[in-house]
Ligand binder design. Structure first.
Ligand code: AHM
Ligand code: MG
Length: 350
């Protein structure tokens, strides 16, 4: 009989092998995340039946309409995590301000950032969606966590990952020692190791970019978009519009996912995706799988976040395909790069 490795066993064995001195807090935090993933699976799989599809009527901090499921998932994650004593603060893509741990509960050594349901515009069409998370070590010293715990560059991350609610539920994470994927067995309610040690294939298969915005792209990006379509590239196009799923496919098949800056909205000159909740966690996973992620200028993981809801352009996948985007942008979008670099700070890991 094949060896069944549950996520609990895997995390525990990783801890024993690589961090024998660890207290177990991080391991327990990962268990919490797996439990939340099971609960959101339950929610999303019953979405139509429970009459919770459709918009909730509120508009979130990004000016986007919140879907009911976003609100449920957001609230669920906060409530599942606020009392465990493992976190000092949280940040959610759906909430304007950092989420503090209530005074009645103890705080812990980690900070959690999450996008509760990425790709939520797809919910009503029964397209896969996902949760993205990242964990940083606490850097503040007071009794409660502060925003400084949430504004750390990606290279300092302790762990990051995502869950996809699709034809099956998958949880993929990295704690800095490779990337591991687990599939939820609905019969026994356990995440089982199905994709050990994921490495991005060296021969890429797909590219993923929203060509619908070509008219709004800067020159370098437009040329890059064309370059991707050339027969020599031998790439096929896939774009779901749930980044976490587009990313997952890119990770398993090789290729590139890009959400560049464009000129559609002067209030969003650096694209749509959020550094803290979407780009940095997936960049961490990509690099752990042998890939690379860039804002078109340099590594995503080197950006010093200045605002918890900051947006950045995003190119992720096989290193050569991502570096090609940097090359086009460097050569053709000089003015834009100048403006971008005057507002966004890259730091070099110590
Ligand atoms: P969301 O967090 O509100 O779901 O928005 C992010 C999503 C990404 O998952 C996806 O890549 C992108 O928006 C798609 O946007 P577009 O329709 O502009 O291509
Ligand atoms: Mg999102």
């Amino acid at each position: 009989m094949a060896k069944l490795i549950t996520i609990e066993r895997h995390i525990l064995e990783e801890q024993q092998a690589h961090f024998p001195e660890a207290t177990g807090t991080f391991t327990n935090l990962m268990y919490d995340i797996a439990l939340v993933a099971k609960q959101i699976t339950h929610l999303t799989s019953r979405a139509g039946l429970a009459n919770i599809l459709g918009a909730a009527g509120d508009v979130n901090v990004q000016g986007e309409q919140q879907q009911k499921l976003d609100v449920y998932a957001d609230d669920l994650i906060y409530r599942m995590m606020d009392h465990t004593g493992r976190l000092c603060i949280m940040g959610s893509e759906e909430r304007p301000e950092p989420l503090h741990i209530p005074d009645k509960y103890p705080t812990g050594p980690y900070a959690l950032l999450y996008d509760p349901l990425d790709g939520s515009s797809n919910i009503d069409y029964n397209v896969s969606i996902g949760t993205i998370f990242s964990i940083h070590r606490r850097v503040s010293t007071g009794d409660r966590g502060t925003i400084d715990d949430l504004l750390q560059p990606g290279y300092k991350m302790v762990a990051a990952g995502y869950t996809i609610y699709g034809s099956s539920t998958m949880l993929v994470y990295s704690a800095g020692i490779g990337v591991h994927g687990f599939t939820l067995d609905p019969n026994i309610g356990e995440f089982l190791l199905s994709h050990p040690n994921i490495r991005i294939p060296s021969k890429p298969k797909y590219y993923s970019i929203n060509h619908g915005y070509t008219a709004y792209w800067h020159d370098g990006v437009r040329q890059y978009g064309q370059w991707l379509t050339q027969p020599e590239r031998n790439l096929s196009l896939r774009y779901i519009g749930s980044m976490v799923v587009d990313f997952h496919r890119t990770l398993l098949s090789g290729g590139v996912f890009a959400y560049p800056a464009d000129t559609r909205d002067p209030d969003k000159p650096f694209g749509k995706l959020r550094l803290n909740y979407e780009c940095a966690p997936l960049a961490f996973v990509a690099e752990q799988a042998g890939g690379y992620a860039s804002d078109g200028v340099g590594p995503i993981l080197n950006i010093q976040p200045q605002d918890i809801h900051q947006r950045v352009p995003f190119f992720v996948g096989n290193r050569d395909l991502v570096e090609k985007a940097e090359e086009f942008i460097d050569q053709h979008d000089t003015e834009w790069v100048e403006r971008y670099m005057s507002e966004v700070q890259h730091v070099v890991p110590a």
